[in-house]
Design a protein around this ligand. Structure first.
Ligand code: NAG
Ligand code: NAG
Ligand code: NAG
Ligand code: NAG
Ligand code: NAG
Ligand code: NAG
Ligand code: NAG
Ligand code: NAG
Length: 409
């Protein structure tokens, strides 16, 4: 993967090289439908019903915005797994193994202001996913969420009953006894682009087909739970991006916001005409924040997320999280007739300047060299998160939501 030179650290729109690998998930606008019933039935594809018990402390209080809250220290309940207990983790996120000296970033629990999140229960999640497919669609940020989800469930499945396969554009984790899969599908712009080859692509040359989604949609059809996300690939050049609309020969420079809106509408049209809300659920994750410039949260010294070991404790919104794009997401999703849940993880993740891979991750598929590590200003990855870490919390939230409304199926 080609990377970008680091240009002008005060330009909030420019993403340094480390970001080439980044792509993320976003926020929730959730209207939780809770019931005081402590039990419900989940419909099985065979026509039968399976009983999943939801205890009272697993019910998210009605009206609670689970994305508003704070991170609290909890080294008893977190992390939910370890690097050692999840052999499927890729080198890019195993920060401990890669030499990160502190591990505090693994011990924070998300505490919503108005309610509690249910404790993650892998067996219940697998029951919810029985005979079903859960697919994360997007860029490497979504891949991080996929990796996290696989780690969260894999330890309860015996050897020989689980598998992870890679096919072009996709990763598929299967839980045999549940006839269930958790998948990742690479589509960094959601619509088609020249970056769609999951291994052969470059952030320097981007060309997006704003009106075209047909190659991707075939892979999404019929999937029971879809979690979409697309942001960082749009943002490498602050303002403009090359794209085509209808006529493939007519390449034009578009404002990024204009292009994003058209692309999201292309995607939204597909959602409207193809999703069956009776048996499919769609989520859209808001942008995952980056922490590239430490002057944004403290009296900075020109550094980045490198060396940060604690979350930000005061109200904070980084300039890398573009409000115009956020507004477009809100607007386009708000007009949909099909209910797409927003996983609004941006604000909660903004606090986590301590959670990134920093110099303990990869660059172009290789761990950083000693020389690169001694130059964190240019080489720290302040976009991707270590695992276990922040993406686990996004999945705890996704789990909480799925648990609340499984009975609607
Ligand atoms: C958990 O955190 C507390 C408070 O910081 C500390 O005293 C304790 O040693 C920690 N326990 C573990 C197992 O790390
Ligand atoms: C396994 O799950 C798929 C959906 O993911 C479903 O189409 C198929 O019928 C299931 N197989 C069995 C044997 O239930
Ligand atoms: C990668 O894709 C480009 C076209 O997008 C092609 O020109 C190039 O040869 C490919 N690289 C490899 C190694 O196949
Ligand atoms: C992606 O690019 C690689 C290298 O150019 C090529 O071998 C592979 O077949 C491509 N994959 C797809 C799905 O086009
Ligand atoms: C964005 O691309 C345009 C056209 O190629 C170029 O003039 C401009 O300098 C680029 N901006 C940044 C911030 O790279
Ligand atoms: C758009 O493509 C043209 C021609 O390849 C290139 O000169 C220009 O820099 C590109 N613009 C951006 C923003 O990438
Ligand atoms: C593109 O962005 C520029 C600068 O922000 C703005 O003046 C212009 O109106 C935008 N064009 C479109 C078509 O949105
Ligand atoms: C996500 O939450 C932020 C506040 O943290 C809000 O400003 C934004 O509009 C929300 N985004 C969506 C798409 O609902």
């Amino acid at each position: 993967m080609t990377t970008l030179p680091f240009v002008g650290r005060r330009n909030q729109y420019l993403f340094p090289a480390a970001l080439a690998l980044l792509i993320f998930i976003v926020g929730l606008r959730i209207v939780l439908d809770n019931s005081k019933n402590s039990r419900s039935f989940f419909r099985l594809s065979g026509g039968g019903y399976r009983h999943i018990r939801v205890s009272n402390d697993e019910i998210i209080e009605k009206g609670c915005n689970i994305f508003e809250g704070k991170w609290v220290w909890d080294n008893v309940s977190h992390p939910l797994y370890t690097e050692e207990s999840c052999p499927l983790l890729v080198k890019q996120v195993t920060c401990q193994k890669n030499g990160r000296p502190d591990s505090y970033y693994q011990n924070w629990k998300w505490q919503p202001d108005g309610c509690n999140l249910p404790r993650f229960n892998a067996l219940k999640l697998l029951e919810i996913l029985r005979d079903k497919r859960l697919m994360f669609v997007g860029d490497s940020v979504q891949r991080g969420m996929f990796d996290s989800m696989v780690c969260l469930v894999q330890s309860v499945i015996p050897e020989g009953k689980k598998s992870l396969t890679r096919v072009p554009h996709r990763r598929i984790f299967r839980a045999e006894e549940y006839n269930s899969s958790i998948e990742f599908y690479w589509a960094p712009f959601l619509v088609e682009s020249i970056s769609d080859n999951a291994t052969n692509h470059t952030v320097l040359k981007r060309l997006v087909r704003l009106d075209s989604i047909s190659n991707h949609r075939k892979q999404w059809e019929g999937v029971d739970f879809l979690v979409f996300e697309s942001y960082v690939w749009w943002m490498f050049n602050s303002t403009i991006i090359n794209a085509t609309y209808v006529n493939l020969k007519n390449v034009q420079e578009y404002n990024v916001t204009t292009a994003y809106k058209i692309a999201l509408e292309t995607w939204a049209n597909w959602i409207e005409t193809n999703i069956n809300p009776n048996n499919q659920k769609v989520f859209f994750m808001t942008m995952s924040p980056t922490h590239l410039w430490n002057w944004e949260w403290k009296t900075g010294d020109g550094g980045s997320c490198f060396g940060e070991t604690q979350p930000i404790q005061h109200p904070y919104w980084g300039t890398g999280s573009n409000l115009d794009i956020m507004g477009i997401v809100k607007d386009v999703l708000g007009r949909l007739r099909v209910n797409v849940r927003v996983l609004n993880i941006t604000q909660m993740s903004e606090y986590r300047k301590d959670g990134h891979a920093s110099i303990y991750g990869e660059r172009k598929g290789k761990l950083l060299t000693k020389e690169q590590r001694s130059d964190p200003k240019n080489f720290a990855d302040c976009g991707h998160f270590c695992l276990p870490g922040v993406p686990d919390t996004w999945n705890e939230i996704l789990y909480g939501v799925l648990l609340q409304d499984y009975r609607k199926f």
